[in-house]
Design a binder for this molecule. Sequence first.
Ligand code: GAR
Length: 210
Amino acid sequence: MRIVVLISGRGSNLQAILAAQLDAEIVAVISNKTDASGLKIAQTAGIATAVLAHTDFASRAEFDVAMMRLIDSYQPDLVVLAGYMRILTDDFVHHYHGRLLNIHPSLLPSYAGLNTHQRALDDGVKAHGCTVHFVTPTLDHGPIIIQAVVPVLPSDDVASLSARVLQMEHQIYPTAIRWWLAKRIVLNTNNRVNLLNNTGSEQTVFYTGS
Ligand code: GAR
């Protein structure tokens, strides 16, 4: 299986995916930002990189068409968004239906969008976390594959809370991709994710960190 990873920045999730040594080839890492430090992680790992700057395009639609062409030139089976901070056009999302994953730093459907950790702190929630989901046209609302929960401590600020969540991101993203590669993820009639175990029957998805 061939995977293309899209990033916009640091690339710590990319690094975790690489470290997981999945049964797949990361054929390219593409960034919409020239200065994304995650590009160096890819280059160090000997992976092809490309930059397509959204600022070079007049519209979101034109950029996404060019991005689809670039992605497809690597013939991926799966496209993984790992800190790719762009809102996607419906055409882009439909083009990769069922093979486009995203990680989001909150327990969706809470805190879709930006500044998730600050918003969780502002609300005084006691549990926060992260979600891997299929991408659909509604931002951060696709079928949920796996979530991990962390406590919110009285002493937390954005830095400490985001670091705790990020540790879990680095565990659940490789896990979700591994399940996808093994064809263990099925969507039921309500468009919810069920996970097949190795006998082909369905099991509950709840990540406990073990
Ligand atoms: C991660 O926390 C990821 O969940 C978030 O950006 C960060 C990227 O970090 N993604 C989003 O907010 C997408 N809406 P990384 O570049 O170190 O993987």
